[in-house]
Write a protein that binds this ligand. Sequence first.
Ligand SMILES: Nc1ncnc2c1ncn2[C@@H]1O[C@H](COP(=O)(O)OP(=O)(O)OP(=O)(O)O)[C@@H](O)[C@H]1O
Length: 369
Amino acid sequence: MDLAAGQSPVLELRGISCAYEPNRPAVEQITLTVHQGEILCLLGPSGCGKTTILRAIAGFERITDGSISLSGRLVSSRDVMVPTEQRHIGMVFQEYALFPHLRVEKNIAFGLSHLSRPQQKAIVDDLLTLTGLRGLEHRYPHELSGGQQQRVALARALALRPVLLLLDEPFSNLDPDMASRMRQDLHALLRQTKTTAILVTHDHDEAFSMADRVAVLNRGRLEQFDTPEAIYHVPTTPFVADFVGQADFISGVVTNDVVTSEIGEFPNTQHLATGTSVVVMIRPDDIHIVPTKGADAHILARQFKGSENVYTIQLPSGQIVHSSESSLSIYQVGTAIALRVVATHTVLFPQPLESSGKKDPGHGNAPPP
Ligand SMILES: Nc1ncnc2c1ncn2[C@@H]1O[C@H](COP(=O)(O)OP(=O)(O)OP(=O)(O)O)[C@@H](O)[C@H]1O
C-alpha cells in the first residue's frame, strides 16, 4: 500500500538536531516524514535518541537545528517552539500514567471537558468498544491488568482525535504473550481509526510487525529509513544488517564481475572493479545445509527455537556462519555438510567492515580484520 501517494505529510522532520549539553548532540540531522494513516517505528538500541526525537515532536524538547512541521505548520525550529498543547498530539508512555482516583470512563473522558455530556458519552462509548474495554468502564485503574491499563491509556489519547499519536515503548511493561496480543490489537485499532502514529521500540520484531516504515537509529543518527522488508533484506549499513536480525559477514573479492567467496559466487550488484575486497552479508534463512560425507564444513551447534533450528556452522577457513532449518530438520553436531546458498538479495559492504556498534557482541559474525 502506498500511503504517501499524493498526500502532504502529517509530520516532517528536516535535519533536526537536539542537545542536552552544549556541543554534545543527542540526535543529529534527522530527516523523515510520516504520512496520513502511516505507522512509523523509531528503532534502535538504548541511548540512540528515540525518546529525544519523540519529545522534540511533542514539543517537550527544543531543537538546536532543522525544523519540525505538523500538518504543514512549522512547530519547531531554532526560533519557533509551539507549545505542546497546541500541537494536537496524543501520547502513550511505558507507564500508563492513568489517574488512579478516576474510573475507566472518566480517565478516557479526561480531556473532553469542552464537550457536552452526551458528546463525551458517545466518544467514550465508541472507544470502550474499539479498545475492548466494554464492561470495565466503572473500574479503577488498580482493578485492571497491565494490558487493560494500556488500553485505557490508548483510549484516552485517541479520545482527543490527535493528528499524530506518539507511543513510547508501550508494551515494555507487559508479559510477552500480552505484548504480542496488544501489538495485533493496536495495529488493528490504528488502522480502523486511520490514526497516524509513531512507535518507539528497541525490538525489531515489534517494529517489523507494526510499521509501514522503520527509521533505524544509531548513536543519534538515522542509519536507514525504509519499509520493514527493505530494512531486513537490503540493509544499507552493517549496523542495520546486524541490529535487525542475525547476520554473518563473509569476505569476498570481485573477479570477472562476480564476488567470489568461500561459500560461492554472488552478483557484483555494486559494479565494483575487479580485485575489490568486499564483505557479503548473509542471513541464516539464505543458507541451507546438506549433510554430505567428506564435506569440509561441519555443524558446531544446534539451537532449537520452536519454529526453527538455527545451526552454527564452521567453514574450512574457520569462519562461522548460521543456517535456519525447519523445526523437524535435526542433524547431529559434528555432521559434515555442504552449503546451499539461496540469497534473494545480495548485500555487499566495503572491506574492512566499519565498526557496527553491535547490540550483542556474540550475535553476528564479522570477518577477521
Ligand atoms: N535529560 C537528559 N540530560 C542529558 N542527557 C540526556 C537526557 N536525556 C537523554 N540524554 C542522553 O541523550 C541520548 C539519547 O537518549 P534517549 O533517551 O533519547 O535514547 P533512547 O534511544 O530513547 O534510549 P532508551 O531506549 O534507553 O530509552 C543518550 O546519550 C542519553 O544519555
